[in-house]
Design a protein around this ligand. Structure first.
Ligand code: J9T
Length: 246
């Protein structure tokens, strides 16, 4: 997979050089290219924003630098990418969307600052590309770079071979299938006793069926407590089927 990020703060994306994404890049599983939007400005101040038509607070990102940057990036690759525009007014970024995007060969992210990008940029590229305006939650940030880090991590970990244990993401909270609408339950590791706190006996029983059922019950319990909005969608039968697959 190729990922391009066009931003006025390329240094904000440095975390893409470390950990899971960094290793995937080193192994050649991910081709991440960062582009400084200001390279496509032509004035001495490298201006990327201007006052909004119609008045109002803040500044809007000018269309010209984005158009030149996107034209350059698009001309440098094979085929057409999905254009991912991080914005609080986008569709929710979900595990399902991460799964969908992880199957695409090329993604281009356009994190904005200020009050956003001139709408005509989205319209211009929306005429020929699959453009997704995506929100990572109901809150506003100073820029879209942190959402890019969030989305890239969620997407990269789904790429084949990136996560050590293939099963690791099949049991994720929200993973398609049995966990689609359930939060992951509690997890434990050694030592068996820590500050007087022990491990649930069932996890030491070696009985896979009982362990799976305990994990399902804990998932339902945590979902009911933290995300009652999901609980009515969760399907115990689907989870039980996964039990039988064990
Ligand atoms: C400037 O971008 C944002 O504030 C943003 C982007 C994506 N999701 C959000 N919840 C906010």
């Amino acid at each position: 997979m190729r990922l391009d990020v066009i931003t006025i703060f390329p240094e904000y994306l440095e975390p893409l050089n470390v950990s899971l994404v960094g290793k995937a890049r080193a192994r050649g599983q991910l081709d991440v290219r960062l582009h400084d939007l200001r390279e496509w400005t032509h004035d001495k101040h490298h201006t990327v924003d201007d006052t909004p038509y119609g008045g109002g607070p803040g500044m809007v990102m000018k269309p010209d630098p984005w158009g030149e940057a996107l034209d350059t990036v698009l001309a440098s690759g094979e085929g057409e990418p999905v254009l991912v525009v991080p914005t609080p007014s986008g569709v929710p970024f979900t595990q399902q969307l991460a799964v969908e995007l992880s199957a695409k060969p090329w993604l281009v992210f356009t994190p904005a600052r200020y009050e956003g990008i001139d709408r005509r940029v989205i319209e211009e590229y929306g005429d020929r590309l699959d453009v997704r305006e995506v929100s990572i939650g109901d809150y506003v940030l100073a820029g879209g770079e942190a959402p890019v880090l969030v989305m890239v991590e969620a997407i990269a970990r789904l790429l084949p071979g990136v996560l050590g244990n293939a099963a690791s993401h099949q049991d994720d909270s929200f993973a398609p299938g049995a966990m689609a609408d359930l939060l992951e339950g509690p997890v434990y590791t050694k030592p068996p006793e820590w500050r007087g706190r022990t491990i649930p006996d069932v996890l030491l029983s070696g009985h896979h069926g009982k362990i799976a059922r305990w994990r399902r019950d804990e998932a339902f319990r945590r979902t009911d407590r933290n995300r009652p909005d999901l609980i009515e969608r969760a399907d115990p039968a689907a989870f039980d089927k996964k039990d039988r697959d064990i």
